[in-house]
Design a protein around this ligand. Structure first.
Ligand code: PDD
Length: 280
């Protein structure tokens, strides 16, 4: 069956959705995006994702092209069935008549959205590598300009791993497309929000669930040494949920299997999803 996508007000088959070669997303990576998981046919933490979109747009000096109700109507048409899926949406600064770095005048944004199935996460965990964080200084903006992340993730894939953990000035920051958690002395630790990380929605939910269940959890920097000594390492994202890292730079994390704190957090996370699916 042909996939239907949204582009600038129209719903059309993905093969017919075309943008101009002058689109600033294509020429400059001048745009922002969101990835929103959909469980049981319902977008997960929609208000939080749309708020982050708003913040990203503000960060690149763009106005929001659509109201919350418009996004909701678009997603309702794109979401197909009740299987786990994710909405990808992207807003660029549009396609003016000529290429120029400076903002164009009177150019409508390009707005695109599509929905794709989410692959189940490997419960046996994954391996990761550490790499230098070569990204820019505004990583809190969910910009489509992802060349550094693409290179870092590919480095992980080349090493037979699922994720690259980015290290800057001796601190473990986040994954190439995920946030970072470690378990250190029985406490869950994740780096604090700031310009150097994306404020992940899954990260926030993980912290929230930990607090609500009396599991010790701190938001503070994680040194590379602490990462290497951690009994558990996880990466979180909308498409990978809470994913245990069992090998780091070819050495086992803890005893090389998903740890007990992950087991607990993951079951709490799955219960949370289930309640949402059941409309509770
Ligand atoms: N990426 N950090 C980075 C750099 C990310 O790209 C992502 C998500 C996250 C986790 O954020 P969230 O929990 O809100 O998904 C953290 C998405 C999934 C992507 O680029 O496909």
């Amino acid at each position: 069956m042909t996939q239907i996508v949204y582009l600038n007000g129209d719903f059309l088959p993905i093969e017919s959705a075309k943008i101009s070669v002058l689109d600033r997303g294509f020429l400059f990576g001048d745009g922002v995006y969101e990835v929103i998981p959909v469980y049981g046919g319902k977008p997960f933490r929609l208000a939080e994702h749309l708020q982050r979109l708003e913040n990203s747009l503000e960060g690149i000096r763009m106005e929001s092209p659509l109201a919350t109700s418009d996004w909701e109507a678009i997603f309702a048409r794109l979401v197909d069935g009740t299987e786990d899926q994710s909405i990808y949406l992207q807003v660029t600064r549009g396609a003016p008549p000529k290429r120029d770095h400076a903002f164009p005048k009177n150019t409508p944004p390009t707005v695109f959205a599509m929905c794709t199935p989410i692959a189940p996460i490997p419960a046996s965990g994954v391996c990761a590598i550490t790499v230098p964080d070569i990204r820019w200084q505004w990583c809190h903006i969910k910009a489509i300009t992802l060349l550094a992340n693409v290179l870092q993730r590919q480095q992980a894939v080349d090493a037979g791993c699922a994720e690259a953990i980015l290290v800057r000035d001796g601190q473990a920051i986040e994954g190439a497309a995920s946030n970072l958690f470690v378990v250190s002395g029985g406490t869950i630790v994740t780096p604090p929000k700031g310009n150097d990380i994306l404020p992940g929605i899954t990260r926030d939910l993980t912290v929230e669930i930990a607090h609500a269940n009396g599991i010790p959890c701190e938001e503070r920097p994680i040194s590379l040494n602490e990462l290497r000594a951690a009994s558990e390492v996880w990466v979180t994202s909308s498409t990978r949920e809470i994913l245990p890292v069992v090998m780091l730079d070819q050495s086992p994390v803890g005893d090389g299997a998903p740890g007990p704190v992950w087991q607990r957090m993951n079951s709490l996370y799955q219960e949370h999803k289930l309640r949402l699916r059941q409309g509770l």
